[in-house]
Structure formats: C-alpha cells, structure tokens
Design a protein around this ligand. Structure first.
Ligand SMILES: N[C@@H](CCC(=O)N[C@@H](CS)C(=O)NCC(=O)O)C(=O)O
Length: 206
C-alpha cells in the first residue's frame, strides 16, 4: 500500500492513521507541479492529494473515504466504528463535516487566485475565508468542551483529520491558543507518537 502526499496537506490525516495502524506502507511525495502531471492525473483526475494505491492496484482518493477504508481494514485498532450503526453514523458525520465544511473553508485563504483572476479582489476573498474558518473553529471548540476526542469516546480517524486541518491555523490571524478546547486537543495530538512519526516523515512540525 502506498500513500501519495504533499507535506503538511490533508494527506497528513491518512498518514497518521497508517502509523496508528502500524502495518507496513510506502510513501510518495507529490509536490504541486507533479500533481498536474499526466501520470498523477491517472491516479486522481482532480490532481489532489491524498491518494492511496492498494497492493492490488486499486486507487482510493478523498481523505474521509481513505480514512474510513483504513479503519475498516484494521477493525482491531478501533480507529473506526464498531458494530453499532450509530458509531458508523457519528464517524461518517464528522468526516463529512470536516471534508465538506471545515476543510473547504480554508481553500480561498490559500488559493484566492482560484476565486478571482483579479489580484485586487484577493484580500477580500482571504478576509472572507478568515471569517469562515473562525466560525468553524468556534463550533469545533464548542464540540470539544468536556470531550477528549471529536467523535465517540475514543481516538478515531476523525481526530487525525482534525489535527491535519488545525496545523493550518498558524497562518491565520487568530491562533489556536485562542480556542482553548481545540488548543488542548491539538497539544495532546501533537504529542501522540503516531502523529509525531507522520510529521517527521513529512518534515513538518505542529
Ligand atoms: N476533497 C478532497 C480535497 C483534497 C485537497 O484539497 N487536497 C489539497 C491538499 S490539502 C490538494 O491536493 N491541493 C492541491 C491543489 O488543489 O492543487 C479530499 O478530501 O481529499
């Protein structure tokens, strides 16, 4: 199994999950220029990371789907849902929320040029992203009040995804320390051995 990643991207989430699972895997770094190369577009026509190739050649894309796949493949780790369908629902709900609402809130901040060709519009686009991200952080901060983990009462794949996203907050005017529950979660995750190994592989820091 091989994970295609760009350092510090959302691909950090499946990378963390792979270390938590502890079975062998390979890594291939894909920088921005390589993402648009025909070879990589054959794996993911969207030209984005993460992508995962199984040993039989099956290709998986989309962060949340890859995380669910990894957890399902190693149920003994309890990183995903158990037999209760409500656990599956809760994990899926949070992966969908992170992938569909929280993660995209960052896009206009990092790539304002995709929203307007007019450079003069970019500061306003970035300001709107700062506001949208702040709203998402406030909601997640509320979710973590009195809780250790985002979903269920144990560490799951959802926590890996949230950690990968929270690393980006350092680029924003309002820092993680201003969201106390998120800050506590972030510090705990940053000290996790699997998280530390994934960050070391990618040569990024918390
Ligand atoms: N919906 C996709 C989004 C993937 C995504 O946006 N990946 C970013 C890194 S966090 C990327 O590859 N960006 C490169 C680009 O858009 O050019 C997922 O959940 O995997």
């Amino acid at each position: 199994m091989k994970l295609f990643y760009k350092p510090g991207s959302c691909a950090l989430a499946p990378h963390i999950a792979l270390h938590w699972i502890g079975k062998p895997f390979e890594l291939e770094r894909v920088d921005q220029d390589k993402m648009r190369a025909p070879e990589y577009l054959k794996l993911n026509p969207l030209g984005k990371v993460p992508a995962l190739i199984e040993d039989d050649g099956q290709v998986l894309t989309e962060c949340g789907a890859i995380l669910e796949y990894l957890a399902d493949r190693s149920p003994e780790t309890k990183l995903g849902p158990g037999a209760d369908p409500r656990e599956r629902y809760e994990i899926h709900q949070w992966l969908s929320h992170l992938g569909g609402n929280v993660h995209p809130a960052f896009f206009p901040f990092f790539n304002p040029g995709r929203y307007s060709k007019e450079a003069g519009h970019h500061p306003a686009i970035k300001d709107a992203a700062v506001e949208a991200v702040n709203r998402q952080m406030e909601l997640l901060n509320e979710r973590l009040a009195g809780r250790e983990w985002v979903a269920l009462d144990r560490k799951t794949i959802v926590d890996a995804y949230l950690f990968a996203i929270l690393r980006w907050i350092k680029n924003f005017p309002r820092k993680i320390a201003e969201y106390p529950n998120l800050h506590r979660f972030y510090q705990k995750m940053a000290a996790d051995p699997g998280v530390q190994r994934a960050m070391a592989d990618q040569k990024v820091e918390a």
